[in-house]
Design a protein around this ligand. Structure first.
Ligand code: HEC
Length: 107
């Protein structure tokens, strides 16, 4: 775990300890991970609104792993011309939780 960025780790630990991941915690994790510099819940910023992502992938069984891969490795041309950079420094477990969380966001 990167010492300069302890907060997602603490949140993930707290979530694991509780045995359930609260949406509010995941929003905090997304904030701590810098996601909201390019995304918002309901509006397109640099990247698509998280609610739009949830809508696009609704009903797709393998959506969470696909989104996790986009977050980890970066993504381009799925939504527009702006690319999403890779997030290789995030914990894989956090990336998976973020991907699953994005899919739950309602418009
Ligand atoms: C520097 C800006 C930037 C940051 C930071 C960023 N994103 Fe993105 N994100 C984008 C852009 C731009 C796209 C659209 C990429 C494309 O068209 O393929 C995108 C796309 C996505 C998608 C859809 C991917 C797909 O396969 O359809 C998800 C989910 C996502 N971002 C989640 C996140 C999460 C979670 C974080 C924080 C860990 C994050 N993003 C941080 C810019 C960003």
């Amino acid at each position: 775990m990167k010492p300069q960025n302890p907060k997602p780790y603490l949140l993930a630990c707290a979530a694991l300890a509780l045995g359930s991941v609260q949406a509010a915690d995941l929003q905090e994790l997304a904030k701590a991970s810098g996601c909201f510099s390019c995304h918002s819940m309901q509006e397109k910023v640099v990247g698509p609104a998280f609610s739009a992502v949830a809508q696009k992938y609704a009903g797709q069984a393998d959506a969470a792993p696909e989104l996790a891969q986009s977050i980890r490795n970066g993504s381009v041309r799925k939504w527009g011309r702006a690319p999403m950079p890779a997030h290789g420094s995030l914990e894989q477990a956090d990336i998976q939780r973020l991907a699953e969380w994005v899919l739950t966001i309602k418009p």
